[in-house]
Design a protein around this ligand. Sequence first.
Ligand code: PLP
Length: 386
Amino acid sequence: MRYRLYTECIHGHEFYDSKLGVFKVPVYLTAMFEQPGETLKSDRGVDLKYSREENPTTRALEKILAKLEESEDSLAFNSGMAAISAVFMEFLRKDVSVVVPMEAYSTTIQLAELFSKFGVKVVKAWPSTEKIIESVRRDTRLVFIETISNPMLRVVDVAEIAKFCRDSGIVLVVDNTFATPLAFKPLKIGADLSLHSATKYLAGHNDVVAGVVCGGRKLIVDRLWDWRRRLGGILQPLEAFLVIRGLKTFTLRFHRQCESALEIAEFLVDHPKVEEVRYPGLKSDESYRVASRLFEEPLYGGVVTFKVRGGREATLRVLKKVKLIKPSPSLGGVESLLTYPVISAAKQIPPEERKLLGITENTLRLSVGLEDVEDLKEDLDKALGG
Ligand SMILES: Cc1ncc(COP(=O)(O)O)c(C=O)c1O
């Protein structure tokens, strides 16, 4: 039986040890399992013999994640990039192209570009629905998009792209890290796979690195499971436990982060030291219409991007002056983090593309945490010199 998402976050692992009466998932810190002549099977039907392939704690997490994304199954990896690597290994090969938006997470683009040594072509598309669809060529096998782009927080019409890919027989993979399954479920509108850097909102405490892919059983078990065990990218049991624990409060955290993000975005819009604010939940934002069609109200994400008046110097001053908010990359955790994209994720984007995308020397990205929103606004106001 499936419960609603809020309940599945807490109970979705289905673990119960009737001998001990334990219903909390234990951390199975074991490299191997008994093999007395024949091999045990995990509930997924694969051999349970060695923790590089399958582990019961990790498996418990996968059950929750599949329920959250309403997928048949899921696979947990030791990072978001390990999850993306397995997906690329499965779908990319000589003489095929992959379409990725120019503003996708730069490590994802770089990973795709590494595949050019095997004869894969990478087509970088402007991050809009029309341009992504227009970039598809005869040899395109995979379209890889993100629900909300980073750092400019553009939202593309995933439903339209999914329909196009379905009709054209192209695999669509959606990196749903920024939106989370609470706001949006890519598989429900026809994507083939939905994946996450679980390091972010799902684990939520800025203390673990993890990844997940959700999708149909055929793709997950028959194909990606094999890549994971051969590449050695499974999430280890202790980390899986931390994600399971983080998920218990995920819904509360994400709701609160979205609410605070909107409040901060509105505060920054009116701030004299701020030139521009990007947040898909602002009615004035270019992505508001599509975001409000796709996302569960009022969940527009917990990240706000803004441009500081006064250029690079003024922007660096803000980074140095924030006290409560920590200047650091990453997002989605309980602590608010302020990122300077031109020296972190966007550093690898070629300067001319960065310019086109609007990622300037005065752009900052704020991941809103769980602190009191008034304290966050005060911290920003002081740092901006308001
Ligand atoms: C949107 C997105 N996808 C994937 C990743 C990679 O995930 P990880 O850092 O867990 O490997 C990140 C990391 O920041 C990300 O922001």
